[in-house]
Design a protein around this ligand. Structure first.
Ligand code: SAM
Length: 291
């Protein structure tokens, strides 16, 4: 098979299939030939050596990343929503019997069951050039379902990369930063320019890697309450923590301030200054004081 990551090849394959890009599905296909080998290498080398390697891909498009993964992993299963890509993928993956495609919406799929069925006895990682309209929901679904995966290597918008990989307690942090840090150790691998895609998006991108933690870095009694607090804290990030949280949760300001004092937090602090440990301590104090 010819080099797929090439705008001429992609246009021809898509023309033959009568395919037109759907912006609503985040269809920006990679045409920079150096990106997919680097992503595939990063995803596969994050898996332990000497054991069969499986990679779950989300949104294969025409299969440009899929073939690079199939060259390095023992098995690749790619989940694609757009059925119109079936005839294209039949062609591009014809030489890769270890790669298969499941046509489904990744957000509606039982990912745990799929991993159990297709990757039994394998070490598994996730790799994808994510559809940008659902970057955070996909990442949160993968992390919160506590799938038996080692790492997640994904292309996201540059701004999202900065937020996802920020350290809690810094200006770049948001609710998603705290959630990512709870489940994984994030790392920005390399930047990718907008011109690397067809059609070119308006913004640059970056490839990030999330190394899944075996245990969270903080102890939390009620995870649902902990994450509800974090979302409420960042709901109005320009406001102080007490104002943002009391506006979003059924928590009155006076009791919230008491819980903050018990957690050693000043009354005028903003969400972006809190570390994961601060959020865990505050959630504990709120639970104790029944805020
Ligand atoms: N991997 C290809 C590449 O790098 O050229 C395509 C990446 S493109 C940014 C995102 C892909 O995700 C598209 O093929 C799109 O159809 C697919 N997609 C969008 N929403 C999806 C969903 N909910 N579930 C599965 N695939 C989805």
């Amino acid at each position: 098979m010819q080099n797929l990551a090439n705008s001429g090849t992609i246009r021809r394959l898509l023309e033959e299939a009568g395919f037109s890009f759907k912006k609503s599905l985040g269809q920006n296909f990679l045409i920079n030939p150096s990106v997919c080998p680097r992503m595939a290498e990063a995803a596969c080398s994050a898996l332990p050596a000497g054991q069969p390697r499986g990679v779950l891909e989300i949104g294969p498009g025409i299969g440009v990343l899929t073939v690079e993964l199939a060259r390095r992993a023992d098995r690749v299963v790619a989940v694609e929503l757009d059925q119109r890509l079936r005839p294209v993928l039949d062609k591009t993956l014809a030489d890769f019997p270890n790669a298969s495609v499941v046509f489904a919406d990744v957000m509606k799929l039982d990912a745990a069951a799929l991993i159990e069925e297709r990757f039994a006895g394998m070490e598994v990682s996730v790799c994808a050039n994510l559809p940008y309209y659902i970057t955070s929901p996909i990442l949160m679904m993968l992390l919160e379902s506590r799938l038996p995966i080692r790492s997640i290597t994904v292309m996201v918008q540059k701004e999202a990369a900065v937020r996802l990989c920020a350290r809690p307690g810094t200006r770049e942090a948001g609710a998603v930063t705290a959630a990512v840090s709870y489940y994984a150790q994030p790392e920005i691998l390399f930047p990718v320019s907008a011109g690397s895609f067809l059609p070119a998006p308006k913004v640059d991108s970056a490839v990030i890697q999330l190394h899944i933690r075996k245990t969270p870095p903080v102890q939390v009694e009620d995870e649902a309450a902990f994450f509800a607090l974090i979302r409420a804290a960042f709901a109005q990030r320009r406001k102080t923590l007490v104002n943002s949280v009391s506006a979003a949760l059924p928590a009155d300001k006076a009791s919230l301030l008491q819980a903050m004092e018990a957690a050693g937090l000043p009354p005028d602090i903003r969400a972006e200054r809190l570390s994961l440990e601060d959020f865990a301590r505050l959630a504990g104090c709120m639970q104790k004081n029944k805020v």
